[in-house]
Design a protein around this ligand. Structure first.
Ligand SMILES: Cc1ncc(COP(=O)(O)O)c(C=O)c1O
Length: 459
């Protein structure tokens, strides 16, 4: 699939040298979050809020209405969400986690259980903040990192059925994250989503969808699930939403927006209860912490993100990187997910013990070697076990290369592959890292590290 858009406005990249990058990253304690974006050549830190906007989004942004109440940009966003997702009630929030605060504040009681495929970190944190317990019931296939099995984001239906049977009265709601970000951006199938919905109805438990990457999930269903090729991406999105009582969505992903979120629901009581918390935290129910300009851009972006050619190109970009890297012997999660490439750092540098945080170290080596900013999704991000105080080294140690939407060209992404293929060829020379200063919470954002080994082996 060719890139189905042409570039109209460009942001220059400052080309830097290996020596400059080594100095910059050492100055900030080997932590990619602390780099200035101008020190980065290809920024794959996140796909969230980093999309390039279209000419139609910019045009709508100029027309945006900044009225406190009843802004026409809100009415456009509300009408678009109703049409695309089919829920009668729509609420705004400034980003996904504030939608989670309002939703769980209204819907959960302390002590309740909330199963999902794999909760995203902010979601799990908000459920816990409410005094409830998040549970991950994803299929085991997701942990077979390099085996290209389909729909690794599915819920394990047997585990969900027995939980609902044994402790159904304690379950506050069931959610599904589509696509499953913490499971490598892998999708769930429509059959699986429908089966989860049926189980929820049977047990009288609400079913909600974390729809941050719903268009990408629908694209995978259309492409890979038997019997689904006759439907458009938009039709599949509606069919998924028809299974649920409600959804929330960080619009920083599949609304091609730089900020914003939505909560949509079917029942008036939910709408009223959630509205109270939106007002408390995010502002009135016709802006929810967004400017009129944010809402205008998102209203247009929600529709553009469901375009089949755009999705075929975007997911094709990720797929091509996965094929190039795995063809060159770089261990990556397979099949390709929707929004990122994940490198298995322990497989990449088997000489490094888990205690030397190979995932964190590989992200730093990738930056020094090629100016590519990526991030570890592994033990550093996960933090210490609250009971034992030990690092959780029993989880996969991955480097995530998240692909911003409509931002990088194929030759730039080919360059990223070359950087990691070249590093792989001299992986035995690469050293690990250790903490110099460990932040007490959410440690990945601000901690400082030092080389655990020869500094000159850094790149
Ligand atoms: C699946 C999922 N849910 C929720 C969120 C939280 O959204 P936000 O970053 O807008 O607060 C994210 C963010 O990455 C996400 O990926």
């Amino acid at each position: 699939m060719i890139q189905p858009y042409r570039i109209k406005s460009v942001a220059p990249i400052k080309v830097s040298t290996t020596e400059e990058r080594r100095r910059w990253i050492e100055e900030v304690g080997l932590n990619p979050f602390r780099l200035a974006s101008e020190q980065v050549m290809i920024d794959l830190l996140t796909d969230s809020g980093t999309a390039a906007m279209s000419e139609d989004q910019w045009a709508e942004l100029i027309r945006a209405d900044e009225a406190y109440a009843g802004s026409k940009s809100w009415l456009l966003l509300e009408e678009t969400a109703r049409e695309l997702f089919g829920f009668p009630y729509v609420l705004p929030a400034h980003q996904g986690r504030s939608a989670e605060f309002a939703l769980f504040g209204a819907k959960l009681e302390p002590g309740q259980l909330v199963p999902s495929n794999i909760h995203f970190d902010t979601t799990a944190a908000h459920i816990a903040y409410r005094g409830a317990r998040p549970l991950d019931l994803v299929v085991e296939d997701v942990y077979r990192l390099t085996e290209p099995l389909p729909f690794k984001g599915n819920m394990d239906l047997d585990k969900l059925a027995s939980l609902l049977k044994e402790q159904g009265e304690k379950v506050g709601m069931v959610t599904m994250v589509l696509t499953c970000n913490s499971g490598g951006g892998q999708p769930a199938s429509f059959a699986n989503i429908k089966a989860v919905s049926e189980l929820c109805r049977k047990h009288g438990v609400p079913f909600w969808i974390d729809a941050a990457r719903i268009a990408e999930n629908a694209y995978f269903i259309r492409r890979d699930e038997e019997g689904m090729q006759g439907y458009s991406v938009g039709e599949i999105v509606r069919m998924i939403m028809d299974q649920a009582d409600g959804m929330w969505m960080s619009m920083k992903k599949d609304a091609l927006a730089n900020m914003g979120a939505l909560i949509c629901c079917r029942h008036r009581e939910d709408f009223e209860a959630i509205s109270q918390l939106v007002i408390l935290i995010d502002g009135y129910v016709t802006y929810g912490g967004m400017s009129g300009r944010d809402m205008a851009a998102a209203a247009v972006g929600l529709r553009e993100a469901q375009d089949h050619d755009y999705l075929a190109h975007r997911i094709g970009q990720v797929e091509r990187m996965v094929e190039r890297l795995s063809g060159a012997g770089v261990p990556v999660i397979r099949p390709a997910g929707g929004h990122a490439v994940y490198i298995d750092a322990r497989g990449f540098m088997p000489h490094l013990p888990a205690e030397k945080f190979p995932g964190w170290a590989l992200a730093i080596h990738g930056y020094i070697a090629g100016g590519v900013r990526s991030i570890e999704i592994g033990p550093v991000l996960k933090g210490r076990d609250p009971e034992t105080g030990e690092n959780r080294l029993d989880i996969p140690d991955l480097v995530r290369l998240a692909i911003p939407r409509r931002v990088y060209t194929q030759d730039q992404l080919d360059y990223v592959c070359e950087v990691f293929v070249e590093l792989r060829e001299r992986a035995v020379e690469l050293c690990g890292v250790e903490f110099e200063w460990e932040a007490p919470r959410l440690r990945h954002f601000t901690s400082r590290f030092r080389w655990a080994g020869r500094a000159e082996a850094g790149a």
